[in-house]
Write a protein that binds this ligand. Sequence first.
Ligand code: ZN
Length: 270
Amino acid sequence: MAMFRAAALARRAVLALAAAAGGAFPAAATQRSRAARGPVPLVFLDPGHGGKDPGAIGVSGTYEKHVAFAAARELQLQLLATGRYRVALSRGDDVFIPLEQRVAIAQAHGAALFISMHADALLDHAVRGASVYTLAEQASDAQTAALAQRENAADRFAGPEFRGTSPEVADILASLVRQETRAGSARMARQVVAELRPAVRLLQNPARHAAFVVLKSSDIPSVLVEMGFMSNPQDEAALRQADHRAVVASALRRAVDGFFGEPGAARLAG
Ligand code: ZN
């Protein structure tokens, strides 16, 4: 019962956040009337960073925020072309949105799946390849712990109103991540790896986990995809190419098909 009340409180907090976001982000406000989960699932794409937060900056000057947005737009087109999904983006152009607000917007839309898209930087410039991340309090490895720490620091660009309230909401959400949501996130991560493996170079042990704030939705299976690393010259050069981004997007589209049970996509147990 206490758990149920906590869930209701968290939901109210999320809706309040989303309402606060409505003024600044009309797309979220106008689409809220269609938020109920219908027969056509809503896939929520979250291109990382934006506006005053450039994300990682590649060795030849490419901004992660631009690569993430271009890849999300490509994936959006591919998903819509199937006619099997509705698709919403956390940002429609180059604007800054705090991390938990991205989660709140997805909640307000009634999203069935959350995919955050990135191309961050690592200290070791030799490391390259795509990888996928799910939420866990304990990081799978030191490299991922550092990655999550840098990623979560994106909110240093946010105003004080977000810095003041967000951690509390994040804690409530984290405590409510349900078993089925975790299982769904893990299943999606396996689909992403299975579809990316034959298509692009992967990081060693490509399925990893850490406490990424943007993955802390209590009821939406969520993954964060690093399409490659801006700190690696080959990855940066590849991600600048629309053709390469289309290959990544097709693999992710097949992973979404697999997640929702499309025959023909790779079917994975569990
Ligand atoms: Zn990033």
